[in-house]
Design a protein around this ligand. Sequence first.
Ligand code: MTE
Ligand code: HPA
Ligand code: MOS
Length: 772
Amino acid sequence: MKDDTVTSDPRHDSAIKHVTGRAEYTDDIPEPAGTLHAYLGLSTRAHARIRKLDLAAVKTAPGVVGVLTEEDIPGENDVSPTGLNDEPVFATGKVEFWGQPMFAVVAETRDAARRAAQQAVIAYEDLPHVLDAAEARAADYPYVTAPLKLERGDVAPALRTAPHRLSGQMRVGGQDHMYLEGHIAFAIPGEDEDVIVHSSTQHPSEAQHMVAKVLGVNSHAVTVNVRRMGGGFGGKETQMNLFCAVAAIAAKKWRCAVKIRPDRDDDMSATGKRHDFVIDYDVGFDEAGRITAVEGQFAARCGFSADLSGPVTDRALFHADNAYYYPNVRLTSHPMKTNSVSNTAFRGFGGPQGVIAAERMIEEIAYALGKDTLDVRRANFYGTDDRNLTPYHQTVEDNIMPRIVDELEANADYRARREAVLAYNASGGILRKGIALTPVKFGISFTATWYNQAGSLVHVYNDGSIALNHGGTEMGQGLNTKVAQIAADAFGVDFSRVKITRTTTEKVPNTSATAASSGSDLNGMAALDGCEQIKARLIEFAAEKWQAKPDTVRFADNQVHIGSEAVPFADFIKQAYMARVQLSAAGFYKTPKIHWDRASGKGRPFYYFAYGAACSEVTIDTLTGEYQLDRTDILHDVGRSLNPQLDIGQIEGAFIQGMGWLTTEELWWDDEGQLRTHAPSTYKIPLASDRPRVFNVALPEWSENRENTIKRSKAVGEPPFMLGISVFEALSMAVASVADYKTCPRLDAPATPECVLMAVERLREGRADVSG
Ligand code: MTE
Ligand code: HPA
Ligand code: MOS
């Protein structure tokens, strides 16, 4: 297999275009003459009845063509992805968060529309609002969707009889996606009911179905196209529906092309983010640090509507074990309704919030027993033949965590460096160091089982070039490159012979979101299926024409080998065309083996697990709380890599994004419910200078997926995000040093410099029991 095209490691097919500015995004598509621009009018209350919405001044503002309100929606006023009908395009009667769209204005220029949107005169009658999850639980606010419970064993007695028992609370912050390209939709009306929407969405099929719903037309009238996104990170899985809907309604109403692109401030205020959580845990353990029982309550700030909060909070529970076996366990989700923007998918999809709870419990145990956190981790890893049942009753069959951690521990020289860190801190200076080695195990598959399907459309043109379409979308992760590699490999031709065109609902119908890291698993297999169908016809043709046995036909080196003969691929295809061989196929794939019964909390939601570990070392300044990341070593499992360059890029990016979530990225709402961190000036993502001074990323060469995935690879998009937890825990250790590691610092996330400083002070004053 080593000589496959698939292991030839080409760079991202758009790499040069990305860095030279020639990659085309939705906003770069040439606008037809007369293109109009829409802008949203947003609410300035967290929860209020709308007494009056006076748009007279908006309508007469310079350049304005008209306004859109609920009355202009020909179909349903709803873009909720759940079928719960809880997410209007335009608020009617009342607003439920600060930043909720109430109307849109359409003008000749974007600037005119943006200015006009400010002219609305709105009278509100304030209603009480609840902003965060803890407040919502205390106020008995409703759930946005049904909670989940995962249970195994007998928790209460196990906790009661545990040799040691600890409980605590952890607050874990949310995160803005900060994609470089924001939300955008560009609609072009066609004849009859038709409309074409170009957009930057991870889920073209859902956008298509939503546009059809708001227009009150069939899905076949709506086409959604996506060439690429300038980043999505989950933020464009559902949140683009609204923009597509508004652009399409306006385009049909005025019979003009209409574009909508919010400013960054409005994008950040009006679209959902990662869910912040309040986690209550109660853990029993023995002298050796082995966990005997866990009880966990996971409350999430979901916002005003359900959106994806059900599956997000489910995934938090699915990952609250991380890599550890809990003999007795009960985990409960609390998807709380709040008067804030509806939170949504974000890389890891709730998983990171679950994993960090597991790691907090490990820390608690280690500090309580005076042990190295790594020793406590090892004592609790899932076994291979026993101790391998998850809280959702799936058996872990592919556990390679011990080997990953052994190798990383050795390669990063963890033990010796930990000793050096302890010695450094023992000298009692202002600067303190911390080091932590944390693992991640992440379940791969959509937990909504039906989502695990994909289609492709493969054409071989009679010049021997190949055009490939699949249902996945390109957001920078390199999906198109990987799928093109798979097709090139299948036909034994150069990568350059394969072109992947934009994603469009016209070519592959009913696709799933490109999400859950499953893009290459699903679409790679669907593409391969399409290629194999064409190859089967070509083999039949070759066998007949050259009077050879079918099993002697091979596709390699840009040639078709038939017995001892070799025909250049293009010549061969020309002959096949002349012989009227069908050179096009629709491929399909569905993930085998998975099933999930949410009511009983049992099943096999995941086809397999991806594993990884990171070791990070930090230095903090105990006078200011500032810190720097000195070194990170990562060993992350991608099975047999489809493309090591792309995979390493994904691991580096995910790690940095995960670190940002836990360190500097802080979302802050004021008491009125207005998001005050709504621009890069107040919301700090990691800079190039925040990356680890030494950064070693490796793939375990020996790993291959034991399941029959595409080329035995594993999904890579989300799992390494959680490797950022190593930085958070290293910070925690540095803080703990000021009180001689006697108490667990219980840092909340994000551990901004301010929080680190407060934790240092708290520990120095012996106020260990308070988290913050
Ligand atoms: N990488 C880049 N460059 N940009 C992105 O928006 N999104 C991440 C991850 N890596 C993202 C990314 C998320 S949230 C997911 S689910 C996966 O990519 C989706 O793509 P895949 O399934 O093809 O890995
Ligand atoms: N992950 C990401 N996106 C999703 C999922 C999931 O498990 N389910 C529905 N959308
Ligand atoms: Mo990724 S959060 O599943 O788009």
